[in-house]
Design a protein around this ligand. Sequence first.
Ligand code: NA7
Length: 547
Amino acid sequence: MNHIAPGSGAGTPAHGGDFDAIVVGAGFSGMYLLHRLRDQLGLSVRVLEAADGVGGTWHWNRYPGARCDSESHSYCYYFSKDLLEEWEWSERYPTQPEILRYLNHVADRFDLRRDIALNTRVGSARFDEAANLWQVTTAEGRTLSAPFLVTAVGCLSAANVPKIPGLEDFAGQWYHTGEWPQEGVDFTGKRVGQIGTGSTGIQAVPVIAETAGHLWVFQRTANYSVPAHNAPLSPETKRWIREHRDEIHRVMTSNTNGHPFNIEDRSALEVSEEERQRLYEQAWAKGGLQFRATFRDLLTDKTANDTASEFLRAKIRSIVKDPRTATILSNIDHPYATKRPPIDSGYFEAFNRDNVTLVDLRAAPIERITPRGIKTKDAEYPLDIIVFATGFDALTGPLLRIDIRGRDGRSLREAWEAGPVNYLGLQVPGFPNMFTMTGPGSPSVLCNMPVAIEQHANWIADCITRMRAKGLKRIEARPEAAERWVRDVNAAAESTLLPEAGSSWYLGANVPGKPRVFMPYAGGMAHYRAICDEVARKDYEGFAVSA
Ligand code: NA7
């Protein structure tokens, strides 16, 4: 069934469009937006989703070992107490299948499916200024209209398959982790080559190694990783979580990164060497992203960061038995956490297996893919399967692959030629009534995603509510407000060490030809939330709102 046509109960909208709002994407963002706009504001809404199921990121990323790096009790919606009460997570870090089950449960629980059109990829969206409507056209050529368009397309949904010559001639199978086949991949006894050692590659290696005949890991940039220490949640922990929900939520919504822990208010440089090591050991034993929170200055002071980076390099050297492999894995060129810090379940340990070999692409880069396998500068590796754990055209990619055109037919691609320009990460000047969920210029990927998502959806829903109450029809970011915001986004990044990781996808550096601009807002989620609230309180200062 394809619910693309209007008619899930809401009457014909007065503005002449098919719906009051069109939402692109049925992941965490799109589903909550649908609930908020339809069930709480009474709008007629249609969600258009390219996949054949809901879940967004968690629908596509089915690769071996796929798991969330946020703890399960924080990686979920908090908008509904009933939902929180009725869903129980089984592990400290939820697996992809469990998250997908959760999102399907949400879709059923809030009766969302009747307004979600699956298998419906959006090809273009054009703003019709005279009618004050967005005309959204699907890949099959059907057009739907609504005064409001919200993109909920995810930050990491445009897979980046590097253009390595010869791939089309490869005789084996190849897969990108972000477009993993639903039926899975059988690695049993196979010769597997995995390119990429980011968060995804680091999760995949130990699991692929369990069944592969041999796994070659092609590493271009070495990476830090902290153990996740994943485990089933004990009954006591589950009870503790249930009893402390409000407090957990308060922490998540009042701190920098949306996680259920605060950054310690101490400098790495104010404690003795002995104490520092003790605290790092303690954080290592606890595991997870919380390692970052050991000291307040790990992301702002290079000398402080050096202490963490060196601790983690030493850990790699102590885990990996082969000294040459240990050296290549620990020869990391960027300060800890300036690229998205991975967490793992046995990543470095996997290199102690006889069937896992590290290939150092810094010493001998990939030259091409041959029918038989991967050829580097000094060897050819015969392979049955190549796994591309090569990341995404992050943040802007998912938006720019839709042909979005605002006033006067100006394309978003043109508007963002030199990098993303928007106000609060929410709206682009020249693209009235279009809101972008967790896009560039918002904390998004620097925050625990569901926290960022609920903030954005609530802000957008409140904005539409207030516009309707006042009979206002159009909202558009002012160019000068967007220019100021871009400066603020840059300044926030510059006040940290984040731009020091030259090859990071935060900067767009992983995609050839992409403008190098630090994209997410690094000023912290709580601060960002306060700015957005203040803008709304001042009658949407920085936006032109009209009847
Ligand atoms: P990432 O973090 O972008 O990692 C991609 C990896 O692939 C990284 O090691 C890259 O090396 C490597 N890569 C990319 N292109 C190539 C080529 N052409 N040759 C060799 N190696 C290459 O993506 P992930 O999927 O791991 O993680 C994305 C986010 O998803 C993650 O941060 C979480 O937020 C969830 P490089 O570092 O560019 O040298």
